[in-house]
Design a protein around this ligand. Structure first.
Ligand SMILES: Cc1ncc(C[n+]2csc(CCOP(=O)(O)OP(=O)(O)O)c2C)c(N)n1
Length: 592
């Protein structure tokens, strides 16, 4: 797909992917530190995250005034925030760490960026001449290579070229990049500032893209076709997709981590056992499926695949996948088209669904495009917040940590704009909620709702302390108090029902700190509902505590059981039975 030989910067430049003019970066008087920051200014980076230390301090000390430096007091949390900021600003998030323990602490968040497709550069000093036994030294270059795109700037003449490649890799591939810089270079006077880049790196071969789009147009026209939004399809600018979907009445479904509801469109819901029956129905009956973006490991991981999709339901579909990364894998046969620019291929789409199919989906949506019911205490409290969000048409960002609150909030929230939802699906570390919320505020400049478990809140304690020291932030932190790691407890409960499983032996007990500013505590549904509907937005830091008690059932989240019975009902369009189908703690999930 890449046209290495013939590419020149001039004649292959695609819209929206513009390369740099090296003359703008620096005068010969400056250091590489100055060159580095000038590059970021040129790329319109407005905020960066970092925690200082030897080796990186020179760079950090010279941050220009027009770039805001943020430190939420821990490299891990800084790096989570940075990547969410990168995604929501349609740019790249930067997190700076020192060597050894600095960069090591950030690694889980870097892997998260790779898994969740968040554009991030984790930048750290590195000196390849030192050994692993030296002060704060670790062969992080070798470590980075095992799980992400890793770049090392070791020579002055390569500085700008490698910085540029790292930036575009993070931006275009929407991934986490490790950028290591020989620390002494930051202090050196610039001797080389030429920018020689491999112009073929991120340029699509237009004629190939045209060939593929003609194939898709022929295959999909007048068929029972369905588009699925994977991550990146709409969160990155995609000017054509939205218009195309509206104009041609294209049916589409969304995924767990790429939610979007386009006005006046044939939206069929969110796929999965925690989504809408209507999306599962559309997926079951579609004969031609076009996935745009990346649904990543959610699709293939044995535990999570059923939660996020039911692609496996029927093997006789024609599937095309358009993705900006090769990491995407599907269990079913799919034609893959790797692109750097979603916009261009979408601008060439020219097909319509069959008329009967549109009628069939309008009918099924009429019956099935509803939220799943709430039966446990956890579910009821989450649904109250989700319903208020929808009823009041709130256009504010929502985020979660990982745990039962994550499945529960994710199950009920109908999000219209992709940028208004951030939640981890693949790497799945607990305690990410507050870091996400800080980044959402800094990117979108709006009040934020964050939902966290008590386990995750205290796990990310320095983030909590950061918030307590920044009471002006308009963040509403809702913490579900059950004194347990709810999601794990659910498996414990599950294990009790399944004689083959080994139940957890240790009873965890998460403590509670009693005094918070601006805090509101609820254990009754009506009181919570009344309060939140009257005060949906807070312009300063606010805590809402929901007392759940620690009963495992009341802390559980139920999902659709994708068993043979459910599939039979989908097959026969038995709407009533589909709606009444049994919900379970863990789907039985039938593989075809
Ligand atoms: C860093 C990390 N440690 C452990 C886990 C395993 N884990 C997944 S969910 C969960 C429970 C989280 O508890 P809490 O934040 O209280 O949320 P709840 O499930 O009660 O909603 C744990 C420990 C994980 N995903 N990540």
């Amino acid at each position: 797909m890449k046209n290495k030989k013939n590419s020149t910067l001039k004649n292959n430049k695609l819209k929206n992917i513009t390369y740099d003019d090296h003359k703008q970066f620096i005068s010969s008087k400056g250091t590489y530190t100055e060159l580095f920051w000038n590059y970021l200014i040129h790329k319109k980076i407005k905020k960066v995250w970092g925690l200082t230390g030897q080796g990186i301090s020179y760079l950090i000390n010279y941050i220009p005034k027009n770039i805001e430096y943020l430190n939420t007091l821990n490299e891990l949390q800084n790096t989570w925030s940075a990547q969410v900021y990168g995604r929501l600003t349609n740019n790249v998030g930067f997190s700076f760490t020192t060597t050894g323990p600095g960069v090591a602490t950030a690694l889980s968040a870097l892997k998260n960026a790779v898994c969740e497709k968040n554009p991030l550069i984790l930048c750290s000093p590195y000196d390849d001449e030192k050994t692993q036994y030296d002060f704060q030294s670790w062969d992080i270059y070798k470590v980075g290579k095992t799980f992400c795109e890793t770049f090392y700037i070791s020579k002055p003449q390569e500085f700008l070229k490698i910085l540029n490649e790292a930036y575009y890799t993070a931006l275009i591939k929407q991934t986490g990049v490790l950028l290591l810089v020989k620390s002494e270079l930051f202090l050196q006077k610039v001797t080389h500032n030429s920018l020689k880049i491999d112009s073929s790196l991120f340029i699509d071969n237009k004629s190939n893209i045209q060939k593929y789009s003609t194939e898709i147009n022929n295959q999909f026209n007048n068929k029972n076709m369905l588009i699925i939004f994977g991550k990146g399809s709409t969160s990155r600018k995609n000017l054509y997709l939205e218009k195309f979907i509206q104009t041609n009445n294209i049916p589409y479904i969304v995924t767990w981590n790429e939610r979007q509801i386009i006005n006046d469109s044939l939206y069929c819901g969110r796929i999965g056992t925690l989504g809408n029956h209507s999306a599962n129905y559309a997926m079951y009956h579609a004969t031609h499926v076009l996935i745009i973006g990346d649904t990543a490991a959610c699709m293939v991981n044995q535990v999570f695949a059923p939660m996020f999709n039911i692609l496996f339901l029927n093997n006789n579909k024609k599937i095309y996948t358009i993705s900006n990364d090769k990491q995407f894998k599907l269990p079913q046969k799919s034609n893959f088209i790797i692109v750097n620019d979603y916009d261009y291929i979408c601008s060439l789409f020219d097909f319509k669904p069959s008329v009967e199919w549109v009628q069939q989906l309008q009918e099924s949506n009429h019956h099935l495009l509803v939220s799943l019911p709430a039966s446990t205490k956890y579910e009821k409290f989450c649904k109250i917040a989700a319903d208020i969000y929808s009823k009041q048409n709130l256009d504010i960002p929502v985020t979660t940590g990982v745990g039962n609150h994550w499945t529960c909030i994710g199950k009920y929230f109908e999000i219209k704009k992709s940028i208004n939802f951030e939640t981890q699906c693949v790497w799945d570390s607990i305690g990410t909620g507050i870091a996400n919320s800080i980044a959402m505020y800094h990117s979108l400049n709006k009040p934020v709702w964050v939902f966290e478990g008590d386990g995750g809140t205290f796990w990310s304690g320095s983030n909590l302390l950061y918030l307590l020291n920044n009471k002006h932030l308009p963040i509403t932190v809702t913490i579900y108090i059950n004194h347990i790691y709810g999601m794990i407890e659910e498996y414990n409960y599950d294990a009790k029902m399944n004689p083959k499983a080994v139940p957890l032996q240790i009873k965890e007990s998460i403590p509670l700190i009693e005094h918070y500013p601006n805090s509101h505590i609820f254990d009754k549904y009506t009181e919570y509902e009344n309060y939140l509907s009257k005060n949906p937005i807070s312009n300063e830091l606010r805590f809402i505590f929901i007392n759940l008690g620690s009963n495992p059932i009341q802390n559980s989240v139920f999902e659709i059981n994708i068993d043979k019975e459910y599939i039979k009902e989908l097959h026969h369009s038995n709407y009533k039975q589909i709606l009444n189908s049994l919900e379970v703690l863990k789907t039985e999930y039938v593989y075809f």
